[in-house]
Design a protein around this ligand. Sequence first.
Ligand code: NAP
Length: 246
Amino acid sequence: MAEKRVALVTGAGRGIGACIAKTLAADACDIAVVDYSDASAAEETMRELAELGAAARYYQCDVSGFAAVKAVADQIVKDFGKIDILVNNAGVTADDLLLRMSEAEWDRVLSINLKGCFNMIKHVTPYMLRKRYGRIVSISSVVGLMGNAGQANYAASKAGIIGLTKSVAKELGSRNITANAVAPGFIRTAMTDALTDEQKQAMYKLIPLGSLGEVQDIANAVKFLVSEDARYITGVVLKVDGGMYI
Ligand code: NAP
């Protein structure tokens, strides 16, 4: 039997990240869940990962902290022996029109969404380099490609992830490390469930496939990008958006 791969997934306690973690666990990966809240918030996800047969551990960490991320990456390698796959999924929004956006709202979103990816890639890739193997997938957004009124901070952070991904792909390709981004469109989550029917209808008009995406659609894209089938793919932005941005 092939050796299991170890995947570090940030923001894996809930939402899209939890689905990515479970999908990789079902695909012969052990999972390091890195999340902001204390472990009790991710109890259900950890139980489901164990049921899928994965060795799974929880690491509480704010991805925006440079030193904290190094400590967690080092600990994960102590616990699991290696990190084969890094999925940068943790992300936040703090929406406001630019005229009203505060410096704190800008800094918070950029430091978690973009610097968080830098911190992880910076501290995880030395271990990948030693193994001459690595798969990095960072979750961007279609908003990073098209912009969005009221989300200048979020759109800038998600566009930044694309530049970061392409640069890392160029720097580390010769060492068998790929770096790709996934750009989700509107995905059905608690946030979109709370919208009115009218708001949902307006949203559907923007999407050629006529419906919202599911968290599993994003997890499937990540699973593909870290698979052997995608071994010759690096530096791409895979849009999973029902055609919302073409
Ligand atoms: P979510 O349900 O809000 O989950 C975000 C996760 O990130 C949570 O587990 C959260 O932890 C974690 N997190 C937040 N701040 C963190 C920090 N400083 N350090 C470590 N972890 C932190 O979001 P989602 O909808 O699943 O989205 C996941 C990713 O997809 C995000 O990057 C988002 O921008 C992107 N995306 C989502 C959509 C969509 O329609 N949902 C569309 C495009 C892109 P806590 O639970 O502890 O707060």
